[in-house]
Write a protein that binds this ligand. Structure first.
Ligand SMILES: NC(=O)c1ccc[n+]([C@@H]2O[C@H](COP(=O)([O-])OP(=O)(O)OC[C@H]3O[C@@H](n4cnc5c(N)ncnc54)[C@H](O)[C@@H]3O)[C@@H](O)[C@H]2O)c1
Length: 427
């Protein structure tokens, strides 16, 4: 098989844009997104996710388009569309379905004289989805046979956005292909951009499973720490001090308890539990972890309420400030952020609820209270944005004398807060 020379990336979001830019530095690459406004913004050098700077976009050879005709002649198509869950926590494959339909329709127009196209899915999904769900849709729409007229592959995205140490360049990329030859070509193409190397999984299902289990493991570990933190708190023991002590054992793995939001960790486990059901297995442990983590917003809001009451104040007469609204620190991603839900609950309890996130710039009323003169009966550090972590003293000074400071990020040193006349509680 010829080495591909014409790449199209379908979906230019958090995953697709950096990937397309990396490919464009090596090979002729087109980035296609069906959101016209997203493409127009990118063409103007503006990434609303604040992941890539304007110069990196404008100086790149990447062709940006909202028209899907680029797919017809592409010999290497990478799909990075979202894979959310429905309201009842079932995989929502509608975007994978429409992307596969579009690819199939475009491949129908492709000349048979050019090379066999390879379609690599990067969207997180359950084992079997690429070959049993996407493949047949592409077959139906293209009139081509999977494994013959086109070849499938899967390569999960595993970089950690907002984390400068774990990037496309530094993290080993798992790759897989429908045939040995497809896997070899896919591996060669990814080796151009995955400078830390590739790991060739024996088949597509294994690569798909490897991605979900990575996030299941993280979800479960956080659930264990959340549950332990709640148990120790009821016993009057500081969980962080327990974890400090336990962490001195060589095989104790420490995690930070917290609210599990976003579109990966709280979503991906449901792809595996769904697939488990298809083979008559109820994934009790995975579902229990989900349930613990989903319950944390209520646990934390109850705790904040009781801390205010214990401090001698009336919650209804108190003002609360919530610092941070994104689902994790130092990213402009508000999707499925549990802090937003927590803020809504607090809004029903307190006299006034103020929230601020530096990444929500431009929105009405989103003024930075840190450094200001207004004081609050309760301040909740909900997201560990660097901007907050670098201003801990200013954050402490926002709390009224006798008020409550709650740290959900585990970054404020208790001794720092203890010096002032406030109640400090850390998850
Ligand atoms: N964001 C992360 O941290 C991360 C990490 C690992 C894996 N993933 C997985 O990668 C996938 C993509 O996630 P994301 O965060 O980049 O999503 P995103 O929402 O940031 O971006 C997806 C893009 O795809 C576009 N799109 C949707 N349907 C399309 C179609 N039919 N044709 C063309 N464009 C289309 C959307 O307009 C959007 O710009 C998901 O499966 C996600 O679970 C995400």
């Amino acid at each position: 098989m010829k080495t591909p020379s014409n790449i199209t990336v379908v979906g230019l979001g958090y995953v697709g844009l950096p990937l397309a830019l990396a490919f464009a530095a090596e090979l002729h690459t087109t980035g296609f997104d069906n959101d016209v406004s997203r493409v127009e913004q990118l063409q103007a050098g503006n990434d609303r996710n604040r992941e890539v700077d304007g110069l990196s976009i404008s100086s790149s050879e990447l062709i940006l388009t909202s028209g899907d005709s680029c797919v017809t002649d592409a010999d290497f198509i990478v799909v990075t569309v979202p894979t959310p869950v429905t309201e009842d926590s079932q995989p929502d494959l509608s975007l994978l379905e429409s992307a596969s339909e579009m690819i199939g329709k475009r491949l129908r127009e492709r000349s048979r004289d050019i090379s066999i196209p390879i379609i690599v899915f990067e969207s997180t999904t359950y084992p079997g989805c690429t070959e049993d769900f996407c493949g047949p849709i592409i077959e139906r729409e293209s009139g081509l046979k999977s494994g013959d007229g086109f070849l499938l592959g899967y390569s999960p995205e595993r970089t950690n956005f907002g984390d400068v140490d774990h990037t496309l360049e530094t993290v080993v990329k798992v790759v897989s292909g429908q045939t040995k030859e497809a896997a070899r070509v896919i591996s060669d193409v990814y080796l151009r951009i995955a400078k830390a190397g590739v790991h060739m999984a024996p088949n597509i299902k294994t690569a798909e499973a490897s991605k979900v289990i990575e996030n299941v493991q993280r979800d479960l570990n956080i659930a264990l720490f959340n549950e332990s933190a709640m148990i120790f708190d009821r016993m009057g023991i500081k969980s962080s001090e327990v974890f400090d002590a336990a962490g001195t054992k060589w095989n104790f793995h420490r995690y930070q308890p917290g609210l599990v939001g976003g579109h990966c960790i709280p979503v991906d486990p449901y792809y595996l539990t769904y697939a488990a059901e298809q083979v008559d297995y109820v994934a009790d442990v995975i579902l229990a972890g989900r349930s613990v983590n989903e319950g944390m917003v209520q646990q934390v809001s109850d705790k904040i309420q009781s801390l205010v009451i214990e401090s001698g104040a009336y919650v209804r007469d108190s003002d609360v400030l919530v610092l941070g609204q994104t689902f994790k620190n130092d990213v402009a991603d508000f999707r499925n952020s549990k802090v937003i839900g927590l803020t809504e609950i607090l809004r029903c309890m307190f006299r006034t609820t103020t929230s601020f996130d530096p990444y929500a710039e431009g929105s009405e009323g989103n003024r930075n209270p840190v450094g200001g003169s207004r004081k609050y009966g309760a301040v909740v550090l909900a997201v560990g944005h660097s901007e907050f972590i670098n201003s801990v003293d200013d954050i402490i000074s926002l709390v009224e004398s006798g008020g409550v400071l709650v740290d959900l990020t585990g970054t404020i040193d208790g001794a720092q807060a203890m010096d002032s006349k406030i109640t400090f509680w850390r998850l």
